[in-house]
Design a protein around this ligand. Structure first.
Ligand code: PGA
Length: 250
C-alpha cells in the first residue's frame, strides 16, 4: 500500500469576505506543486469566488459542512452538490464545532459523508475527544467509537481523510504530546483496517488543533500523521505556507 500524499487543509471557519481572497492568492502562489496536497476550506459564500480566483493553482477547495439531503426544505443549509458545483472537491464533516454547536450526531455525520460521496466530494471526517474525556482516560475509546459510527461502509474504496482534532486543542494553543498524537492515530488506523480491511491503510489521518508554524514540523514528522487540518493559522498566507513547508519531503 503506497503512503498517501500528505494533505494540509486550511479551515477558515466563519472568517473571510472578498478581501480575504488576497491571502488565498498568496497561498496559491506559494503552494508546492508536488509532495503535498494543499487545500483551503472557506465559508460557503467564498467557495465559488475562491475556486475561480485559484483556478489552475495547486490548491484544492473544500466546504466546511454539507446537508445530508441533496435538496429540499432545509433553510440555511447547503448541499454537497451545491458545493461541488461551486468548485469544491473536498468537504469537512463532523467538525467538533458542528458536533457541539449544532448537536450533530455520529449518525448525521455518516449521512453527510454519504451525501458528499454521492456528489463526488472527498470528505475530511473529524473526530476528537473533549478534555473531560481525555482526563477520564477515555480518549481512545471516544475517538474510535466516533470513527466506527461516523464512517459509513460506502467509503470502501473511496478517497477520504480522517482528522483527529482533540476538542480541547482547537483554538487554545494547546496540543497533545507527540506520543499522545501517535497513540490516537495508531488507534484510528487500526479501526480503519478493522472496518475496511487492507483499504483502511490508505487514507491519510490528519492532526488538527492549534497547528502553528512553530509546532507543525515535529507533528508532521510523526510517521502516523498524514497531514494537518489548520484553523487560525490558515487565515494568514505566511503562517499557512510555513506550516505547509514543514511537511516532510517538501
Ligand atoms: P485551530 O483550529 O488550528 O485554530 O486550533 C483547528 C480546527 O478547528 O480545524
Amino acid at each position: 500500500m503506497t503512503t498517501p500524499t500528505p494533505l494540509i487543509a486550511g479551515n477558515w471557519k466563519m472568517n473571510g469576505t472578498g478581501p480575504a481572497l488576497s491571502e488565498a492568492r498568496a497561498i496559491a502562489a506559494g503552494a508546492p506543486t508536488a509532495g503535498v496536497r494543499v487545500a483551503l476550506c472557506p465559508a460557503a459564500t467564498l467557495v465559488e469566488r475562491m475556486a475561480t480566483a485559484l483556478a489552475g493553482a495547486p490548491v484544492e477547495i473544500g466546504g466546511q459542512d454539507c446537508h445530508s439531503q441533496a435538496s429540499g426544505a432545509f433553510t440555511g443549509d447547503v448541499s454537497a452538490e451545491m458545493l461541488r458545483e461551486a468548485g469544491a472537491t473536498l468537504v469537512i464533516l463532523g467538525h467538533s464545532e458542528r458536533r457541539a454547536g449544532h448537536g450533530e450526531t455520529d449518525e448525521q455525520v455518516a449521512a453527510k459523508v454519504e451525501a458528499a460521496l454521492q456528489a463526488g466530494l472527498e470528505p475530511i471526517i473529524c473526530v476528537g475527544e473533549t478534555r473531560a474525556e481525555r482526563e477520564a482516560g477515555r480518549a481512545l475509546a471516544v475517538v474510535t467509537d466516533q470513527v466506527r459510527a461516523s464512517l459509513p461502509g460506502s467509503l470502501t474504496g473511496k478517497a477520504f481523510t480522517v482528522a483527529y482534532e482533540p476538542v480541547w486543542a482547537i483554538g487554545t494553543g494547546l496540543t497533545p504530546s507527540l506520543d499522545d498524537i501517535t497513540e490516537v492515530h495508531q488507534a484510528i488506523r487500526a479501526t480503519l483496517v478493522e472496518m475496511f480491511g487492507p483499504a483502511g491503510a490508505a487514507p491519510a489521518i490528519l492532526y488538527g488543533g492549534s497547528v502553528k508554524p512553530n509546532n507543525a514540523a515535529e507533528i508532521l514528522a510523526l510517521p502516523e500523521v498524514g497531514g494537518a487540518l489548520v484553523g487560525g493559522a490558515s487565515l494568514k498566507a505566511s503562517e499557512f505556507l510555513a506550516i505547509v513547508a514543514g511537511t516532510p519531503g517538501v
